[in-house]
Design a protein around this ligand. Structure first.
Ligand code: FES
Length: 182
């Protein structure tokens, strides 16, 4: 679920200049012998680019297609088939805050916490803060129901966000550490 405002906010960010960093190009090349075809490298290549740049700009689609001897349209088709890749106008923040809304968390107030996170960050679900540091995401069950309501910061679980003040603390922690480890 993403709000149209998310796109407006992210357009405020400066464009990401190409070309791909050398280490990303080298990592894509190094994948080629490990897959049955160059086309099969498209998905991991898109992941490498998005992990690094927080999105897959159009120029990166063209570079991937050059490396893999595919057309840009083929790479773009793979990119758009999977909902988790973002283009430059909708890029991810440096950090991602996931708020679970599945049953166990919903029964313990996840909806209100999500609203609070959205209000504190000033972005809708799916949106990225205007400084490009944080993206608010909606999660399905994180496998931590015993710690409901549960969130994740990138890959780290945070449990028992039991009220709005804990969410406020969490967001503050993220803001304080938005350019380094939280
Ligand atoms: S329902 Fe939220 S972690 Fe399982």
């Amino acid at each position: 679920m993403s709000h149209p405002d998310a796109h407006v906010r992210n357009r405020d960010l400066p464009p990401i200049p190409g070309p791909l960093p050398v280490e990303i190009r080298e990592r894509i090349f190094s994948l080629i012998p490990r897959y049955p075809s160059k086309q099969a490298v498209t998905l991991p290549a898109l992941h490498l680019v998005q992990d690094k740049l927080r999105c897959v700009p159009r120029w990166a689609v063209e570079e991937i297609s050059d490396i893999l001897d595919l057309s840009p349209a083929e790479v773009h088709d793979t990119m758009s088939f999977y909902g988790f890749f973002r283009d430059e106008s909708d890029r991810l923040g440096v950090r991602r805050l996931w708020v679970c809304r599945s049953l166990a968390c919903a029964l313990r107030g996840a909806d209100g916490l999500l609203e609070k996170a959205s209000e504190l960050l000033g972005v809708p679900v799916g949106g990225t803060t205007s400084d490009g540091t944080l993206t608010l995401e909606l999660a399905e069950c994180l496998g931590a129901c015993e710690g409901a309501p549960a969130c994740m910061i990138d890959d780290e679980h945070v449990h028992d966000i039991s009220d709005e003040s804990r969410m406020r603390d969490l967001v503050q922690r993220l803001r304080n550490a938005s350019t380094g480890p939280a």
